[in-house]
Ligand binder design. Structure first.
Ligand code: ADP
Length: 489
């Protein structure tokens, strides 16, 4: 309870539409649960179609003012938003830990990451540039100008309750778009806290709207967003299944889409790898946020010559992880988001063991801590027949496959219909180029397990998504190129 009070200024119990804190017309609400202990943190409105339509109408009206503000004005407001978020960094990190469960140190890391997008796009707001083009005709002059796409609808996941919002909303607002956001039902408080600070920063009414909805109401609310003729763009981060639904629903209005969907990241350790680097990379990229990031290593492949050493060192490192409530000092592994997530980890381990895998460490729930805890787990003797190599586990389970040569590793790595991140460790320069170019993913970590950052194009290929977030690429998702042809010159 102490932890909730510590974060209480930012525990809002209303949705934020057109600059007002509002309840659902129906008056219904739903509970937000702390995954560390199952206790209710608070309630938020269970909005439906009516509230979503209202938010879209307001964002649409606000768009015509916001788009006409000067880039410098938009930049100054975003900068103020950034300053306020930085000022409240610690409080906001506590909100993340309270609703998501990740250790406070990870929540602080997320805040630093999330905040960097607001800073970056406050700067980028002033650097939106078009082109002039030499015409093939002597009497024409050609120009391309950039304009905001319009109202942007956003749906975000619970695994980065703050950063997945700023990574979308900051470039959208910088470009001159207005935003209607439906945050994950598990983690609405981080979204609402950002609205509070946006308002203080001078973001005008209707420019940033947050419509909270329970899992029950979400499909209807999402459908309104996709079908609306006033929404010009959908940006979604979440599962591939839901991404496909949103794409289908958006077909009738030909929306611009940005999709950050699931991955099944290969993590390959070649014989020439530096063992310490590879183990550190695997620890960072498998166990951060208890394995609940879309770029977490999902299939770890280790070449025969280094396999046994790698397994031994990785096992020792995993043994040093500390599982518990994210607010407790020294915790490195918090709870998973809910017990269904634990069920999935458990199912993947059981399936692997039934097909011949060995548990090197972990492999059990930690019921003494609560319903949502699963031990950091290392599995060996993994084959491609096992579920844990076919689907994203999204939990703290590290399965290791042994492979013979580069060709086999690439064949296995690419034999999936998703392609978000991939990682490999090698000190053979020719191999590094070959593998980096051949991995069918949007992002590659080479001798590195932490690849995210504000300046890079985050995104995937295949069914992992469409579009890129971050850096100079991220703002393009919210801009149209309009071509102007001047004749009779
Ligand atoms: P997860 O399984 O990790 O919760 P989801 O893709 O289900 O991932 O959730 C990501 C976001 O998508 C959440 O905000 C969730 O509420 C939302 N969502 C889930 N189902 C739908 C749907 N049918 N339409 C629109 N949004 C949805």
């Amino acid at each position: 309870a102490m932890n909730v009070r510590a974060a209480s200024t930012f525990i809002k119990d209303k949705a934020y539409i057109n600059g007002e804190w509002v309840l659902a017309d129906s008056g219904s609400t739903f509970d937000v649960i702390n995954p560390a202990n199952g206790k209710v943190l608070g309630t938020v409105p269970d909005c439906g179609e009516t509230e979503m339509k209202r938010a879209i109408d307001c964002a649409h009206t606000a768009f015509y003012q916001w788009r006409d503000r000067s880039p410098k004005e938009r930049s100054a407001i975003l900068r103020k938003w950034y300053d306020l978020i930085v000022e409240n960094h610690e409080e906001l990190a506590k909100v993340i830990t309270a609703e998501n469960g990740k250790p406070l140190a990870d929540a602080r890391g997320e805040m630093a990451y999330g905040t960097s997008f607001v800073e970056w796009y406050a700067e980028e707001a002033k650097r939106i540039q078009g082109d002039t083009i030499q015409s093939s005709a002597a009497n024409k002059r050609l120009m391309v100008i950039k304009q905001p796409v319009g109202v942007a609808g956003m749906i975000t996941p619970w695994n980065f309750p703050n950063a997945m919002i700023t990574r979308k909303a900051a470039p959208a607002l910088a470009a001159g778009c207005t935003v209607v956001l439906k945050p994950a039902e598990d983690t609405p408080f981080s979204a609402l806290a950002l609205c509070e600070l946006a308002e203080q920063a001078g973001v005008p009414a209707g420019v940033l709207n947050v419509v909270t909805a329970s899992r029950n109401n979400t499909p209807a609310v999402g459908k309104v967003m996709c079908k609306s003729e006033k929404v010009m763009k959908i940006s979604f981060t979440g599962s591939s299944g839901v991404g496909k639904i949103l794409m289908e629903q958006s077909g009738s209005t030909v929306k611009r889409m940005s999709m950050e969907l699931g991955g099944n990241a290969p993590f390959i350790v070649f014989n020439s790898a530096n063992l310490d680097q590879a183990v550190a990379g695997a620890m960072n990229c498998k166990f951060r946020c208890s394995g609940q990031t879309c770029i977490c290593a999902n299939r770890i492949m280790v070449q025969e010559g280094i396999h046994d050493q790698f397994v031994a060192a990785f096992k020792t490192a995993i043994g040093s992880l500390k599982i518990g409530d994210g607010f407790v000092d020294g915790t490195t592994q918090g709870p998973l988001i809910h017990s269904k997530a634990v069920d999935k980890a458990e199912e993947h381990v059981k399936d692997a063991v039934s097909k011949g895998a060995c548990i090197a460490i972990g492999g059990k729930r930690v019921s003494s801590l609560g319903d949502n805890y699963y031990e950091p787990t290392l599995l060996t003797d993994i084959s491609t027949q096992m579920l844990c190599t076919q689907e994203e586990t999204f939990g703290p389970v590290a399965p290791i496959m042994k492979f013979k040569d580069e060709e086999e590793a690439l064949r296995i790595a690419n034999s999936t219909n998703v392609g978000l991140a991939g990682y490999f460790f090698s000190n053979d320069i020719a191999q590094i180029f070959r593998v980096a170019e051949k991995l069918e993913v949007g992002m590659v970590g080479i001798n590195e397990g932490i690849i995210s950052g504000v300046e890079i194009p985050f995104g995937g290929i295949k069914e992992s998504g469409i579009g890129r977030e971050g850096g100079k690429y991220g703002i393009e998702e919210y801009l149209e190129s309009k071509y102007l042809c001047f004749g009779g010159v």
